[in-house]
Design a protein around this ligand. Structure first.
Ligand code: CA
Length: 395
């Protein structure tokens, strides 16, 4: 039990303790913070360590899993034992009084494609008449390297991007302008803490610090025209939003589940029969406040541990503070699909909203919020917070 007064049903109890980066009035420079209830514990003030006075968690995460465990134990002790209260309490700040920043430096950003349902849904829409799964899909976690410089924190405005909207008519120029097919993608992100090379599936918890939520905003018309044969480019790179709180793997022990049974034999570096890292995270997508989907992460085919092994198998090192994301999370039924591309069948079947309006894709002024919870180690559910963004007109 913590001495901190917690709001009822908070997903930020003593069994969660996610890390983030903030600015607050009267405190010099960026600070690392731990969220507890509706408060943020200033780690720089409580520890006096400079490593917690930087603009990204990378400076702390690079110290590795021993340091992560020690800090978590120490913070738990501070927040549970009454004898620490007088010293620690002055360093708790209401979360509404801090400005949250992108929590990590993101030297690299990779986005995968690990939900089989999503891959099949997209395959049917973009490549009708062919096998919805590409021939490589069951043998490797497909992904692409994204644009780290446009990964930003939840709340960053989503300016409608312009670009080439498709093929030209009759030998003319391709149509150019603001995207007509702006979309969200509900994803789970993984934050590398300790750097490493040629990491194995078993190395995952020693190198990945924790989990966040990601919205991989997408312009479907740009994407469909540009992606052959090299994959996503400007249709994705205008903005990727991430939630401000990184939930440590240590808080997700009760959420671990076995991933779906593998349909084909895997190369040894991708085998995870011993200790798989499926995670039972329940996502929720709200459009202007209305729940439009509840994607379940637990059924995702490729785990983050397999993705980490895959993205380092060629010798490319994983760096402190880099981000890799799951790809759109979609479940078996329509109510569980994680993008408007799927929910509106690429615009063919508009989604009907509670206020009587319909959407094929996002309109200016729309707000998309993705949140998630997971089973906590003390029973109940912990929160992964949320990633939100509001669409602004093209500039
Ligand atoms: Ca994506």
């Amino acid at each position: 039990m913590t001495w901190v007064e917690l709001p009822e049903g908070t997903g930020f109890g003593i069994d969660n303790l996610p890390l983030g980066v903030f600015l607050a009035r009267g405190r010099v420079g960026f600070r690392h913070g731990v969220r507890i209830g509706d408060l943020v514990l200033d780690l720089f003030e409580t520890t006096g360590e400079r490593v917690h006075q930087t603009g990204a968690l990378d400076s702390f995460l690079i110290a590795g899993p021993g340091a992560w465990r020690d800090r978590r134990e120490q913070v738990t002790e501070w927040l549970t034992e009454e004898r620490h209260r007088a010293r620690v309490e002055p360093h708790l700040i209401p979360v509404d009084d801090v400005q949250l920043h992108r929590p990590i430096g993101v030297p690299n950003y990779v986005d995968f494609y690990s939900s089989r349902q999503h891959a099949e849904n997209v395959g049917r829409l973009f490549r009708p008449g062919t096998d919805p799964l590409p021939p490589n899909w069951l043998h490797l976690p497909i992904g692409y390297h994204g644009r780290p410089g446009t990964v930003d924190v939840s709340g960053t405005p989503v300016v409608r991007p312009c670009g080439q909207l498709g093929a030209p008519d009759d030998g003319g120029l391709p149509p150019f302008g603001p995207t007509r097919k702006l979309d969200f993608e509900a994803e789970v992100g993984f934050v590398v803490g300790a750097p490493g090379e040629r990491l194995t599936v078993a190395d995952f918890p020693e190198h990945v610090f924790g989990v966040c939520l990601v919205n991989d905003w997408s312009a479907r018309d740009l994407q469909a025209w540009e992606y052959v044969p090299l994959g996503p480019m400007l249709g994705k790179s205008f903005l990727t939003s991430m939630s401000p709180w990184v939930v440590p793997l240590a808080a997700l022990e009760a959420a671990r589940v076995a991933p779906p049974e593998r349909e084909t034999e895997l190369l040894p570096y991708l085998r995870d029969d011993g200790d798989p890292w499926g995670l039972d995270l329940a996502l929720e997508v709200r459009l202007n406040g209305e729940v439009i989907s509840r994607p379940p992460f637990r059924g995702t085919y490729w785990t983050a541990a397999q993705q980490l092994a895959h993205l380092t198998v060629n010798g490319a090192p994983a760096l402190a503070g880099e981000l890799f994301a799951s790809g759109t999370v979609s479940g078996a039924t329509r109510a569980e699909w994680g993008s408007l591309l799927e929910l509106s069948a690429n615009g063919a079947e508009p989604l009907r909203l509670g206020d009587g309006s319909t959407r094929t894709f996002l309109e200016d002024g729309d707000t998309v919020t993705i949140s998630a919870t997971a089973p906590g180690v003390n029973g109940g559910r912990i929160s992964l917070g949320e990633v939100t963004g509001t669409v602004q007109p093209a500039r």
